[in-house]
Ligand binder design. Structure first.
Ligand SMILES: [Fe+2]
Length: 320
């Protein structure tokens, strides 16, 4: 065992103890499951045992969803994901997008970081400002109060969102990438981000705007959907291709500055118009891009095959 492994073992044990302390009613197997995630499945070597075996092109099904006008070729997406960790250039029609946005924005209860926002508004004595009727007004409130990031989550799942989550075009890819796992959980986040150019490190990390790896479970896949046009000035998502399976750079679960990864030749900036969809294995290094002008609206669906400690503790939507 090297020093690296010893350090990792120590931090995994500490994290597991914290997990045990903050959750009630966890059994022995769930504690072990949490430890396995931190210690073993934070390494590409162990993760690859859960990956689907690609049998492209014999199974390159065309998946089409009429409601969202979304067409993807299953085999191509899976091949992209296995090879480089990201598959993009899919677009859904925008007739349902405003409904999806409004479903989050009009309901204050769906704000995940509400306490933080209210504190910030109170400090500035603008408490009444958290009244808005649409996303444009919301962005104005954010600008006026120096709020760079608001995250929503819909635990009840509106009917429009449910259609998207269960869309044949998306689920066809997800099921295969998750190796036809019997149970799949999904959570949804809607993120509104504005100018983040001058933020300090701590806030950048909080906004997921510094390179990092996600560690959701032993096998998971994220689907990102831009709900407005996104270009190099308003937060194009950034991914380091191939980093989900090779880890010469940044193989530890921590944040990485741009400088540390500047040498990488595999940096991908994802731009796209409203309705653009991309699939990404976010165990690979990624971050939200810099916003120097405008704002970004993004919906993130995280599908994962749950581990023992995740089945009962989450109110995430279950697909069986
Ligand atoms: Fe992330």
């Amino acid at each position: 065992m090297t020093l690296y492994h010893l350090k990792k073992l120590k931090s995994s044990i500490l994290k597991t103890i914290k997990f045990y302390q903050r959750s009630n009613n966890v059994n022995f197997f769930q504690v072990i499951s949490f430890f396995n995630l931190r210690f073993f499945y934070s390494s590409p070597f162990f993760r690859k045992f859960f990956k689907v075996k690609n049998n492209f092109p014999s199974e390159n099904k065309k998946l089409y969803d009429e409601n969202f006008g979304l067409e993807v070729e299953q085999g191509i997406v899976i091949k992209d994901l296995l090879d480089i960790g990201i598959s993009k250039k899919y677009v859904m029609n925008d007739k349902n997008i405003d409904k999806l946005i409004n479903n989050y924005v009009i309901d204050e209860n769906k704000i995940e970081n509400l306490d933080f926002l209210k504190n910030k508004l109170k400090e500035k004595k603008y408490l009444n400002d958290l009244n808005y009727n649409n996303v444009q007004e919301l962005v104005q409130v954010m600008q006026k109060n120096d709020i760079s990031y608001i995250k929503y989550s819909d635990h009840n799942i509106s009917s429009e969102l449910k259609k998207l989550i269960l869309s044949n075009s998306i689920l066809g890819v997800v099921r295969k990438y998750l190796n036809y796992s019997k149970k799949i959980l999904v959570n949804n986040e809607f993120v509104v981000s504005i100018n983040n150019q001058k933020l300090h490190d701590k806030e950048l990390k909080y906004n997921s705007a510094q390179f990092h790896r996600d560690l959701v479970s032993h096998n998971f896949l994220k689907v990102f959907i831009y709900l407005n046009d996104v270009n190099e000035f308003n937060g194009a998502h950034v991914y380091i291709k191939g980093s989900h399976k090779n880890n010469n750079i940044g193989n530890v679960l921590r944040y990485y500055s741009d400088n540390e990864l500047a040498q990488s030749k595999n940096i991908e900036h994802v731009m796209g118009k409203k309705g653009s969809i991309f699939f990404e294995d976010t165990f690979g290094l990624h971050k939200g891009g810099v916003i120097s002008n405008g704002y970004r609206l993004m919906l993130i669906l995280t599908y994962y095959s749950p581990m023992k400690h995740q089945l009962e503790t989450n109110n995430h939507y279950l697909i069986s």
